[in-house]
Design a protein around this ligand. Sequence first.
Ligand code: ADP
Ligand code: MG
Length: 410
Amino acid sequence: MIFKDLGFEPQLQEGLDMMGFEKPTPIQEQAIPAILNNKDMIACAQTGTGKTAAFVLPILNKLCKGKTSKINTIIVSPTRELALQIDRQIEGFSYFTNATSFPIYGGGTGSDFDAQKNAIKNGSDILVCTPGRLLAHMKFNYFDASGVKHFILDEADRMLDMGFYDDIMDIAKKLPKERQNLMFSATMPPKIRKLASNILANPTTISLSISKPAAGITQKAYMVHDKQKIALTQHLLKGRDLNHVLIFCSTKKSVKELTRILIKANLSAHDIHSDLDQEEREKVLLDFKNKKVKILVATDILSRGIDIKGIELVINYEVPNDAEDYVHRIGRTARADRKGEAITFINGEQCLKFKQIEDLIERTLEKTPLPNGFEAAPAYITEKRNRVKKNFKKGHFKRNKHFKNKRKKS
Ligand code: ADP
Ligand code: MG
């Protein structure tokens, strides 16, 4: 199938041509006709499969056919960066149409708030929002939700992880009852089903997801002590002319520390985390995209949805807490059929956690030996729990015997 088969309005097709989109991805092929048919939908597909265009294109096509002066579509996303990215993608697709879109998120200046207020008052067709800021605007009477026909949740599972359940329900309550609801998620845990049953009416379900990293990613893992990680990172980066490296740390503290050391070692590195204000975050991302900064050290604020072309290497400086997060983090590379590399550092305490990841991706990764000159690495031991269990059983048995003997005596 090619996009032309979907029969989009010519001005939208022109935008697709300009962006070089020829063939829909599988999720787009399935979702677009159902959305054009005004069905509610829950769609689950792994990261990097083109979910944004799957919901943006049919909405834009409807807007080509007729738009009003009121807000038509509300898209909610978990992070500011993602809201901005979706808005930019809409801008690209809608270039030859007269549909308008505006990002609504917090963290900026007062004039940002006013610009958002104006876009809302002027009835921007599409608002791409983070939940908190959208609710803040909705409290004012300039917010006219009466024309909203589409309510879209992107990265719904992430939003629930971030505690946005009540916010999402509050937003939904303020929208007209007659509307189309779409939920996109990378995973389908029970809490997503619950949200879906509260928001969606008789939805089409699309599930293409098995939590597996894209085939183009070469995955590697090292067993390594914490104190060896900096040297290993430097070793891995040394002599390779990489333009786009993303390093994930689990805490802001380790993000800052590692960045400081990389900069000291004359590497082009920058950190990104929630302590930076919005303007700084956007500047860092832009510098990274433009190769002014080649190594970006990040917390998980960047693990979802963010699409930066040509990330060559992702390093998990620590094993992510949640096995699913592993798939998301390394999904930042090898997007849309490209190739990439993902390397995970495992210390002695994180073996079990990594084992859970291996179970999820249904693959055991070879643990690459540390380079020459490094002290011995910790061993990869995943049987700790079993051994404890066995010992416990033995002890238990002994105690029982002892107990029995005592009973005999008495
Ligand atoms: P997801 O939301 O599923 O993680 P995105 O919507 O961010 O994925 O898309 C991932 C990348 O693939 C983006 O760079 C996007 O521009 C590109 N892409 C999506 N659909 C197509 C397509 N049909 N043809 C070419 N590139 C596409
Ligand atoms: Mg996405």
